[in-house]
Each structure stands twice: as C-alpha cells, then as structure tokens.
Design a protein around this ligand. Structure first.
Ligand code: PBG
Length: 326
C-alpha cells in the first residue's frame, strides 16, 4: 500500500461522479431575502450603494413579494424606514402607523405563504441613529440596555400582533432574547420563534446598509455592544447566553470572512444556524461584476456554498432571488 501515489482526483474526473460525492448543495429553501420598507406611497427607490436593491412603500411591496414567491423565495426579513424619528424610536412601536406593521398586514394578505421575519432594532427609528434608548454616563451618551430591552419587547409584540411569523432582534442589547421570549410568552405569542443575531460584529461591511435603511449613528459607533472583529470566544459566550434565554435560531453576521465563527457555533450548539451575507458583501460582488472582474453568478454560488460548508443552515442574502439557484 505504500508504493502507490494518491489518486484523489479519481472522484473529480467528471461531473456525474462529482455530483455523487458533493457534500453541500444550495437551495432557495434555505435563503431569506431582506426587504426595505419605506414610508409613503408608490415608492420604489433604487439604493445606489446596493445596485439592484430598492426601498419599497407598503403599497408596492406586495407585488414584488408575489414575484419573489413565484420564483420560490420562501422567507423575507423586513427593515423599516419611518417618516418620523425621535429619541426613542416611537414609530417602531405604533400598531397602526408603524411602517413594518402596515407592511406585515399587506404581505400577510397578499402572500400568506411567505414567511415574514422582522428585524427588531431602533437604529432606523431614532433621530440619533443608535440601536436603542440613550442614557448619560460620565458625561457621555451611552446605550441604556435595560430601557432598550423593555422597548424591544413592545416592538416584538407589535410586530407579532401585525402578523410577523418570526422576530430577529439585531441590536446586540444584553438580555434581548430572554426579555422578548418572556414578553411573547406572556401575551399568548409563545409560538413566535426568535432568530437571534447571536454573533453580530462591529463591521465595516454594513456600510451600504446605512444608505439602504438610513440608520447611521449621528455620533460614535456601535463598538460598545457589537462584537470586536478581533475576537472569537465572545461569539460563543453570546450564543450560549442566547440559547439559555430561549433563542430558536442563532445567527452570525457578517457571513463571508466569518466562516470560522460559523463553524465554531455549528460545532458547539445544535440549533439551526443562520449566516447574514450583508450589504457590503453584496456591494463588493456587484461592483466587481460591473467592472467585468468577476462572474457574478459563479461568485454568488461560491460565496453561498462556502457559508453552507462552514456550517450555516440558513443564509440571509440580497441574492436570495438570484436566477441561478433553484
Ligand atoms: C441594525 C442592523 C444593521 C444591519 C442589519 N440590522 C446595521 C448595523 O448594525 O449597523 C446590517 C445589514 C447589512 O449590512 O446588510 N438594525
């Protein structure tokens, strides 16, 4: 046995055999499409930083959602851009006026088969652009986690009452999963799952999203609560806390460049795991393809495959409607 050369290419020589031994496959069943819901009527704003993506008003989004369903998209993640912002993000809690609440009712009626997931955060709704309520500490304005938690519960309840099938708290507020779980359970909404942004890094890859959702911080940044890109162990601590608090699905964000984090969570927890291919990852691929440097369809497949290979079960991606995936 020692006198022969390895012939590992034997199983790679033709596509019929490659298919048989392929370990990872892509299906639209596992993809979630983010959608930006804008206040007003008859809005379909192109997002310059994210070529091919739009902000939709409530009256327009149902038609687009029908197109998504027709090609097999099964789930969307909703972000809201409200007409009014204030210090505590009041619009996000309004059962009637809330842009997400109105979109949920419209989508539930138009496309009942679509899974409606809502992002729970305040950065798009506050006039300072931070992810929650602020407090004064030592002459600095800082996030008040306890006060924000209370309001996150109200946002979750309002979304669930309006028709959300699942909620996804994205603010990295301490204890957010436990508070929302208790709030939902105490209000007859125990059947609503929580997809927890368990390991959300303070990443520069969110740049284009700031234009898409209008939630840039007016001062400072998000490093006081989002994870440090230099760290890996704290992702495990965050995920363990979310599991203990009742998360149903864990998420890693961004996705590409964070394959090591996806793999560590996969190996340490047995909940379904989502990866969020964020706005900057999307924009980079679009820009390189537009410049003729990369083959977009091939790169999209390869990036999504790499996330599944790293251990993701679900992928949130602006490419969820890409034609190349069935
Ligand atoms: C916060 C939120 C952000 C993203 C999703 N939810 C922005 C941030 O944390 O600064 C980024 C998504 C993307 O870049 O595609 N509500």
């Amino acid at each position: 046995m020692n006198n022969h050369f390895a012939n590992l290419s034997r199983l790679r020589q033709d596509e019929r055999i490659r298919r048989l031994v392929r370990q990872t496959t892509l299906s639209r069943d596992d993809l979630i499409m983010p959608l930006f819901i804008h206040h007003g009527e008859n809005v379909k704003h192109p997002i310059a930083a994210m070529e091919g993506q739009f902000q939709w008003s409530v009256d327009n989004v149902a038609d687009f959602a029908r197109e998504l369903v027709a090609i097999g998209v099964r789930a969307v993640l909703l972000f809201g851009i409200p007409a009014h912002k204030d210090a505590v993000g009041s619009d996000s809690l309004d059962d009637n006026r809330g842009v997400i609440q109105r979109a949920l009712r419209a989508l539930k009626q138009a496309v009942p088969e679509l899974v409606l997931i809502t992002d729970l955060c305040f950065c798009e709704y506050t006039d300072h652009g931070h992810c929650g309520v602020l407090a004064e500490r030592g002459g600095r304005r800082v996030l008040d986690h306890a006060a924000t938690r209370e309001r996150l519960v109200l946002q979750a309840l309002s979304h669930a009452r309006a028709g959300a099938d699942m909620v996804a708290p994205s603010g990295m507020i301490d204890g957010q999963v436990g508070a929302i779980r208790q709030g939902l359970d105490a209000n007859g909404l125990g059947h609503i799952p929580i997809m927890a942004y368990a390991a959300k890094y303070a990443s520069s890859f969110y740049g284009p999203f700031r234009e898409a959702a209008g939630g840039a911080p007016s001062f400072g940044d998000r490093r006081s609560h989002q994870l440090d890109p230099a760290n890996s162990d704290e992702a495990l601590r965050e995920a363990a806390a979310d599991v203990a608090e009742g998360a149903d699905i864990l998420m890693v964000k961004p996705a590409g460049y964070y394959g090591d984090i996806i793999r560590r969570l996969r190996d340490n927890f047995n909940l379904p795991l989502a990866a969020y291919q964020v706005s900057g990852e999307y924009a980079m691929i679009k820009a390189a393809a537009a410049a003729g440097r990369l083959d977009e369809a091939a790169i999209v497949r390869e990036t999504l495959l790499s996330l599944k290979r790293a251990g993701a079960d679900l992928i949130i991606t602006y490419f969820a409607d890409t034609k190349e995936i069935k």
